[in-house]
Design a protein. Structure first.
Length: 235
């Protein structure tokens, strides 16, 4: 059995075998990605759990706008090599149009791109920064959060660990729930059940995490209505 905990790994595993059971976690739509035939009936050797962070991506803009109403221009970092990149970017462009936000998309797939993006941020005069879910970007979370703070940019991310690393906020599905369900499915498959009979689990729990230390460093007073919705406040 193969267990794939990222979207790229899941796609590689799916392409590698049609017989060995595969259990995945992904932040994207597994049907759209071609991992399964449907959520209720996966229909092959592949099943798993989705965190739904792609569907939640437009909420990043809504939430950062609520936190910083003056942020009418937002820089968005996406990794163009991520299978979910265009879906996420298009969804956020649509949300930006609805909210009256000017969105500047920065494509970052490696360290050189990241350095270039950091250099461009002051030129964009953005009022906030949003980062999409991606393994490479996650691995650079401390660096990204530090640059955002240094440049005075309120920032929002799709994973709690970004906020813990010094980002202003995160808004995301509960990753732990997805990993837990993947573990349950792995155990059931090892006991003889077939992936095709195990519907894809969709995480429904969404968590807002706020870093008050970062808010204070940025000189931002966050609305009490937003703080009241937070699952965690880092002080």
């Amino acid at each position: 059995m193969l267990v794939a905990l990222t979207t790229p790994a899941a796609l590689v595993a799916k392409a590698a075998t049609a017989t060995i059971p595969v259990v995945f976690t992904t932040v994207g739509d597994p049907v759209q990605l071609g991992l399964v035939s449907s959520l209720s009936r996966p229909g092959s050797n592949v099943t798993g759990a989705t965190h739904l962070n792609v569907e939640l991506a437009p909420k990043l803009l809504e939430t950062i706008r609520e936190a910083v109403p003056a942020a009418t221009s937002v820089a968005l970092i996406v990794n163009p090599t991520n299978p979910n990149a265009e879906t996420v970017a298009n969804g956020m462009r649509s949300a930006a149009g609805t909210l009256g936000i000017s969105l500047h998309v920065l494509r970052v797939g490696n360290d050189a791109d990241l350095d270039d993006a950091f250099a461009k941020l002051p030129q964009l005069r953005a009022g906030a920064l949003a980062v999409t879910a991606d393994v490479f970007l996650f691995s650079r979370r401390e660096q990204i959060a530090a640059v955002a703070l240094r440049q005075g940019l309120p920032s929002i991310y799709p994973q709690r660990d970004f906020a813990a690393a010094g980002g202003l906020m995160s808004y995301a599905g509960n990753n732990a729930d997805g990993y837990h369900q993947a573990g349950i499915y792995a155990g059931r498959i090892l006991k003889g059940e077939k992936p095709a009979d195990l519907p894809v689990h969709q995480t429904t729990k969404v968590e807002l995490v706020v870093n008050l230390r970062t808010a204070k460093a940025l000189g931002i007073t966050l609305p009490m209505t937003l703080l009241a919705r937070a699952a965690e406040v880092i002080e």
